[in-house]
Design a protein around this ligand. Structure first.
Ligand code: SF4
Length: 406
C-alpha cells in the first residue's frame, strides 16, 4: 500500500473525513424518505452493519420535511442527496442535515450554487461535489465528446471554484464512472489537482457478483495508491449487503480495525477429506450469527491446513473423519467430522471471551491425544500404500518414506 495522500480534514457530523481520519463507509437508504419510521429502521440496520455515514434522498418537499425527524433520531450523520432543485438543498440544510451532496450535472446555475454554499457555511456543514459520468454537465459533455476523466475532473473543479468564490472550502469530491479504468483514472487526475478529501465509488456498478467485483477493483486500486478518504459500493442489492461489503473491504485492506468475521478457507483439492465448500458455508453462517470479530479458517486437510492458515485466529482442518481444531496454527483439539462447525463456534466464543493466549494455555493438556491421533493417521496412510497394485507400488517406490510422511 502506498502512503495515504494527505487531504484536508472535514467533518460530517462527528465523523472526520480526510487528514488522518480512518476511511469511512457510506451507503444510501432505499426507502421513501417521507416514510420516517421505515427510513430510520433502515438507517439503524445500516449502522449496525458498518456504515459511518448515511445518504438519504431529498427529492421533494415531503422528504425535506421528514429530514427534521430523521436527522434528530439517526445514529449516524445524515447527508441529503440533491438533484435539480436547489431549493430542496436549502430546505435540507434548514432541516438539520450533516452534509449535502450536489450533482454539478443538474444544478448548474452559478448563483443558486453559491446560495447553497452560503447556507452550508452558516450551518457549518460540508458539501460533496458528486460528479457522475452518466449525468455530466451537458456543456462539458459537448466539449469533451465523452464523459472522459478530464471532463469529470473539469466539472468537479468548476463546481469547487463556485464554492470557493464564497469562501466555502468544506468540500469533498467524487468523480464516479461505471467503467472501472476510467473511474480509476478520473480519481488519479483529481488527486493531483486538489487537496480536498475524495469519496470513492464505481457508479451504477450493478448486481452481485459483477457489481461487487467492479466496485472492489476500482476502490481497492485507488486505496492501495493512497487515494481516497471515504467509500461507497453502489450495488444493485439490499443496501445492508452494500454496507457489509464496504466495511469488509476496508477491514481486509487493514484500513479499519476488525469488527466482523473474516472466514478464510482453502479452495479444496484432491487431498481434501471433506466437502470444504459445504463446511465453509455452514461455518460462515453460524459464526456470522455470533458476530465474532476474528479470522477463522476452514481447511480441507491436516497435511497443509494448520500451517497454511497459521495467521488465522482459529481454524479447523479435516482429516480422515476428524476435524483438527487449531489456534494460530497450533492444533488444540480433535473432534468428530460431524462436529467441526459446532467446535468452531464453541471455541470462537471462548477465544473472544478469554483471548488467544489463555486458550492456547488451556489446550496444552490435549497435546498427547493429538499426537496419538496424528500418528494413527500416518500409519493408516502407510497401510494404504501397502495395499497398492504392484505397478503402483513401483511408482511409489521412487518416493521415499520420509517424503510421503512429510
Ligand atoms: Fe488441498 Fe489441503 Fe490445501 Fe485444502 S488445505 S487446498 S485440501 S492441500
Amino acid at each position: 500500500m502506498s502512503k495515504r495522500r494527505l487531504s484536508n480534514e472535514i467533518f460530517v457530523g462527528k465523523v472526520g473525513i480526510g487528514g488522518e481520519h480512518p476511511i469511512s463507509v457510506q451507503s444510501m437508504t432505499t426507502t421513501k424518505t417521507n416514510n420516517i419510521e421505515k427510513t430510520l429502521e433502515q438507517i439503524y440496520e445500516l449502522a449496525q452493519n458498518g456504515i459511518d455515514i448515511v445518504r438519504v434522498t431529498c427529492n421533494n418537499v415531503e422528504a425535506a420535511k421528514a429530514l427534521v425527524a430523521i436527522c434528530e433520531r439517526s445514529p449516524v450523520p445524515v447527508i441529503a442527496d440533491i438533484h435539480y432543485q436547489y431549493k430542496l438543498a436549502l430546505a435540507a440544510v434548514e432541516a438539520g442535515i450533516n452534509g449535502l451532496r450536489l450533482n454539478p450535472g443538474n444544478i448548474r446555475n452559478e448563483k443558486n450554487i453559491k446560495d447553497i454554499a452560503r447556507s452550508c457555511l452558516d450551518a457549518k456543514i460540508p458539501i460533496r461535489i458528486g460528479v457522475n459520468a452518466g449525468s455530466l454537465d451537458k456543456t462539458l459533455l459537448a466539449k469533451h465528446g465523452v464523459a472522459s476523466p478530464e471532463a469529470l475532473v473539469e466539472s468537479a473543479l468548476m463546481e469547487a471554484r463556485y464554492l470557493e468564490a464564497v469562501n466555502f472550502t468544506d468540500i469533498k469530491i467524487s468523480v464516479k464512472h461505471s467503467n472501472v479504468p476510467l473511474m480509476v483514472e478520473s480519481y488519479r487526475l483529481l488527486a493531483d489537482k486538489v487537496n480536498y478529501p475524495l469519496h470513492l465509488g464505481v457508479t451504477e456498478a450493478g448486481p452481485l457478483p459483477g457489481g461487487l467485483m467492479k466496485s472492489v477493483a476500482g476502490i481497492a486500486t485507488l486505496l492501495s495508491e493512497g487515494i481516497g478518504d471515504t467509500i461507497r459500493l453502489s450495488l444493485t442489492t439490499n443496501p445492508i449487503e452494500e454496507a457489509k461489503f464496504g466495511r469488509q473491504l476496508l477491514e481486509y485492506l487493514e484500513l479499519r480495525e476488525r469488527k466482523t468475521l473474516d472466514l478464510i478457507a482453502c479452495p479444496s483439492c484432491g487431498r481434501a477429506e471433506v466437502d470444504v465448500i459445504k463446511i465453509a458455508n455452514k461455518a460462515q453462517k453460524e459464526l456470522e450469527k455470533e458476530g465474532f470479530p476474528i479470522q477463522v479458517a476452514v481447511m480441507g486437510c491436516i497435511v497443509n491446513g494448520p500451517g497454511e492458515a497459521r495467521s488465522a485466529d482459529l481454524g479447523i482442518a479435516a482429516g480422515k473423519g476428524k476435524g483438527h481444531l487449531f489456534i494460530k496454527g497450533e492444533v488444540v483439539k480433535v473432534v468428530e467430522e460431524a462436529d467441526m462447525v459446532k467446535a468452531l463456534v464453541e471455541e470462537g466464543r471462548l477465544l473472544v471471551e478469554e483471548g488467544i493466549d489463555a486458550r492456547l494455555a488451556a489446550a496444552d493438556k490435549n497435546i498427547a491425544q493429538i499426537a496419538k491421533e496424528d500418528a494413527k493417521s500416518l500409519m493408516e496412510l502407510q497401510g494404504d500404500i501397502n495395499n497398492l497394485s504392484s505397478r503402483t507400488k513401483s511408482v511409489v517406490e521412487i518416493i521415499s518414506k520420509e517424503d510421503i510422511e512429510n
